[in-house]
Design a protein around this ligand. Structure first.
Ligand code: PAF
Length: 275
């Protein structure tokens, strides 16, 4: 496995490298990332991963400064997962001048749910992902389904900008108690870690309610939020949405997903479950 801190070095190494499958990350890798990297092998003969904590997608009061930087451990994980090339630029390499040109996703898709609570998040994600795509020039890129809205925004950006890249979703990897793996789980205190799997259980209950015919989504969502809040969560949303564009479903719509986000202590967790 080769590690490249510069764009020029990476580009030189990838010349004539064949079909590239790419997994962008912000590091602090867990088995969800490793699983995407292992899957990437089936999509290309050259697996590239990136490690870059992207300031553009963090709000002023978010955890950019304390986001865990675990370079050595991440390299070991990537090596084991079969990554061929790691692109690990510093900020000066990726943003040598302040970024003034951005990719602006459709507000109808990017200012809802995560975007409502993290203004500018998807502008930051879309911009860095577009930039990474230009640098790596992959044929395939893999994103975890846990960040469902991110996956949708990237897939729609690629389609609408006609980028020649297949976007593949990797299944959410969970701990035995159902908690979706996330870099932010490391922030949880022991008692919050014990409480955290409730998010997945509540999503399961909402899913079950929809499957059993409930169409009063607002009431079902409010009940789920009450349950979480009664157990110490500061729930931001529980939402039943259409899978395709995350818009509100009509009573006859199928192809749904339940998404949720909330704080336990100072840790913000998100998860989702397709219906
Ligand atoms: O999901 C992430 O880790 C980040 O949002 C991504 C896609 C690497 C862009 O910085």
């Amino acid at each position: 496995m080769k590690i490249h801190p510069t764009i020029a070095g990476l580009r030189a190494a990838l010349q004539g490298g064949g079909r590239i499958a790419f997994v962008p990350t912000m590091g602090n890798l867990h088995d969800g990332h490793a699983s995407l990297m292992r899957q990437a092998r089936a999509h290309g003969n050259c697996v590239v991963a990136s490690l870059f904590v992207n300031r553009l997608q963090f709000g002023p009061n978010e955890d950019f400064d304390r986001y865990p930087r675990t370079f050595e451990a991440d390299c070991a994980t990537m090596e084991q997962a079969g990554v061929d090339h790691v692109f690990a630029p510093d900020e000066g390499e990726l943003y040598p001048e302040p970024q003034r040109y951005f990719v602006l996703p459709d507000p109808a898709q990017a200012d809802i749910l995560e975007g409502e609570f993290r203004p500018g998040f998807f502008r930051g994600v879309a911009t860095v992902v577009a930039k990474l795509f230009n640098i790596v020039q992959p044929q395939v890129a893999l994103f975890g389904r846990k960040d469902y809205q991110q996956f949708m925004v990237v897939r729609n950006m690629v389609r609408e900008l006609a980028l020649p890249i297949d976007i593949v979703a990797g299944e959410t990897v969970r701990d035995r108690d159902g908690l979706a793996l996330s870099s932010r789980n490391a922030y949880l205190s022991a008692s919050d870690r014990a409480e955290a799997p409730r998010l997945f259980r509540v999503l399961g209950e909402v899913r079950q309610a929809v499957l059993s015919g409930r169409r009063d989504y607002a009431t079902v969502e409010a009940g789920a939020m009450d349950t979480l809040n009664a157990h110490g969560w500061r729930t931001q949303y529980v939402a039943v949405r259409k899978k395709l564009d995350l818009q509100l479903p009509a009573a006859h719509d199928s192809g749904l997903v339940v998404l949720a986000a909330g704080f336990l202590g100072n840790t913000r967790l998100i998860d989702n479950l397709e219906v």
